[in-house]
Design a protein. Structure first.
Length: 368
């Protein structure tokens, strides 16, 4: 399939334009990289007005689920088709500005279902059913090389779509993760080991592997209060079920080291001013500490904006960073706070004078 590989933030405007001009688009990509979430994100963004998604997993459907069931009309004595309940009715569609019909796993559906979908995409009707005018079609699926069950799409059906191949991009995922409250330990670890965000090998027989979706599973596991009280083997086994054994061992060991770091609240309050010399050598753990500090500052910011409490936490955090972090880690801290968490504080007025001077002398050129 000769299409360009593009990151999610590039797919978004392309998909939005396709929806606005009512041209079906097919999003290709490996399992677990966020194709469904991207579609739903656009629907919820407000760009399409009052919009809703109807998510049809075609691999689970029979042709009659799309076409409806035949019955004899006693008045005409002719065979007719009952309207399919999975597709939007005129009454349902009239409640929205836009209805996005998301044909997920289209190429995983057997040929008979694809044939039914072809009629829907080509003619916007199937049997006696017609798509309402405000229904837009988007499809998605895994590639043939992704170790999933796929059927080659018939050329006429493929030709009805514009095709785009979505790839994983850490910066895009990080923004999404912050906005969706992914656990700071996950963001911190992956900020250091970006390549571990996606570790899918189509040739491997492993049932669990790292993808943006499976890291979300890990975040959910960490958010359960009883997880940290579990034994080391139990923790590894539970996380391995999401991202695979090798990745789970690396992540659990990372958390073990990171757990010895000061609590971010202690740094924000000024109770801790120095970092243990042994821990200062653990680069991956410091990435988690930076994300944890930014996370706590963001919590304060969301409550009251830039007030005295926020300024106190910010200044204690920056002073701690100057005294304990190497320059690239300080830059990472400022970028995480200002760019990723979108906290637009004024370095001239919100930082203490000595901290602002150091910022101006050393870091301004790195943080535009």
């Amino acid at each position: 399939m000769e299409t360009l590989n593009v990151k999610p933030t590039t797919v978004e405007p392309i998909l939005l334009r396709s929806l606005k001009v009512d041209r079906p688009i097919f999003i290709w990509g490996a399992p677990g990289i966020g194709k469904s979430e991207l579609v739903e994100g656009i629907v919820q963004s407000g760009e399409l007005g009052n919009a809703v998604t109807i998510d049809l997993r075609l691999a689970l459907l029979e042709p009659t689920d799309l076409r409806g069931y035949p019955f004899r009309n006693p008045e005409t004595n002719q065979m007719e088709w009952s309207p399919p309940s999975d597709l939007p009715s005129e009454e349902f569609a009239s409640e929205y500005d836009t209805v996005v019909l998301f044909l997920d796993e289209l190429n995983s559906a057997p040929p008979s279902v694809q044939a039914a979908a072809y009629q829907l995409v080509l003619n916007r009707r199937i049997g006696q059913y017609k798509l309402p005018k405000n229904v837009k079609i988007v499809a998605a699926g895994n590639r043939e090389t992704d170790r999933g069950v796929t059927y080659r799409m018939p050329a006429p059906l493929a030709n009805r779509f514009r095709h785009i191949n979505m790839e994983v991009n850490f910066d895009d995922w990080q923004k999404w993760a912050i906005n969706n409250n992914i656990h700071p330990d996950v963001i911190g670890y992956l900020s250091f080991s970006k390549g571990d965000l996606f570790d899918f090998d189509a040739k491997s027989s492993s049932q669990s592997f790292a993808t943006p979706r499976s890291w979300t599973f890990v975040s959910e596991i960490l958010s359960v209060d009883s997880f940290d009280s579990a034994g080391a083997f139990e923790q590894k086994a539970e996380i391995a079920g999401a991202i695979g054994e090798g990745m789970a061992i690396k992540f659990v060991e990372h958390r073990k080291i990171a757990s010895k770091l000061p609590n971010p609240d202690q740094i924000l309050n000024g109770d801790v001013k120095t970092l243990d010399s042994k821990l200062s050598k653990e680069i991956s753990a410091k990435y988690s500490l930076v994300v944890g500090l930014a996370y706590e500052l963001n919590d304060i910011f969301k409550d009251n904006g830039i007030d005295d409490k926020f300024r106190k936490g910010l200044n204690n955090t920056v002073r701690f960073a100057y005294d304990n972090f190497e320059p690239e880690m300080v830059v990472f801290l400022f970028k995480t706070i200002m760019k990723d968490y979108q906290i637009r504080f004024n370095v001239r007025t919100d930082l203490d004078k000595d901290l602002h001077k150091t910022f101006s002398d050393r870091y301004t050129k790195y943080i535009a």
